[in-house]
Unconditional design. Structure first.
Length: 175
């Protein structure tokens, strides 16, 4: 084989090796990201199991006629400032009165969780939005300060539901 041929061959081998190594390191990176993400939401998952699963069921699938599924709306809430407030308010203050989720009516009482710390509330909310409802990871998470800022606002349930409709109607529903 000519020297040129050898060089070409060598370049080929190098490219191949790099390809493998690069794909490998990308895979490792993804693994680390997903492990960090899982760890990040682990406390939230435990808080959800302790406080919310009784009504919203494991994975937030909901119970017909009793508690709505949390698998879609929370992802929309975290996309906007008003939506983030809506999500925080619902969990801080609870909610009652008729609401519709995925075409089904729910009209039962969601209790208030103001007794939980700002950090715990932020964690359970992030678990709901990012793990259950699969909000895109590029959307910023909610932190304890965001929750603390809403503690003083006490919307009554009518206002809470009006605000909810305004947030959800502000863009077309995700099919
Ligand atoms: C006693 C049952 C019960 C428990 C416990 C409960 N929820 Fe709810 N949740 C409901 C009901 C019922 C509604 C709908 C309220 C209505 O009809 O106005 C609701 C509504 C919601 C909504 C609003 C959904 C939407 O589409 O706007 C979110 C978010 C939510 N719950 C999260 C949680 C989280 C997080 C916890 C635990 C910290 C929790 N819930 C605990 C019953 C419950």
């Amino acid at each position: 084989m000519s020297a040129f041929g050898k060089t070409v061959q060598l370049i080929g081998v190098c490219a191949l090796m790099c390809g493998t190594v690069c794909t490998q390191s990308k895979a490792n990176e993804d693994l680390v990201v997903s492990q960090t993400q899982n760890l990040q939401f682990e406390t939230g998952r435990q808080l959800f199991a302790a406080n919310c699963v009784v009504c919203h069921r494991i994975g937030g699938v909901g119970q017909t006629g009793l508690a709505p599924p949390l698998t879609s709306n929370p992802a929309r809430y975290v996309e906007s400032l008003e939506g983030r407030k809506q999500l925080i308010w619902t969990i801080l203050f609870g909610m009652y009165g008729d609401i519709t989720v995925n075409g089904r009516h729910y009209n039962f009482r969601m209790p208030a969780f103001a007794q939980l710390s700002d950090t715990d509330l932020a964690q359970v909310i992030n678990y709901v939005a990012f793990e259950i409802a699969q909000a895109p990871k590029s959307t910023g998470t909610i932190d304890a300060k965001d929750v603390a800022a809403e503690r003083t606002h006490l919307p009554d349930s009518d206002l809470l539901r009006k605000h909810r409709s305004a947030v959800l109607d502000s863009e077309p529903a995700v099919p």
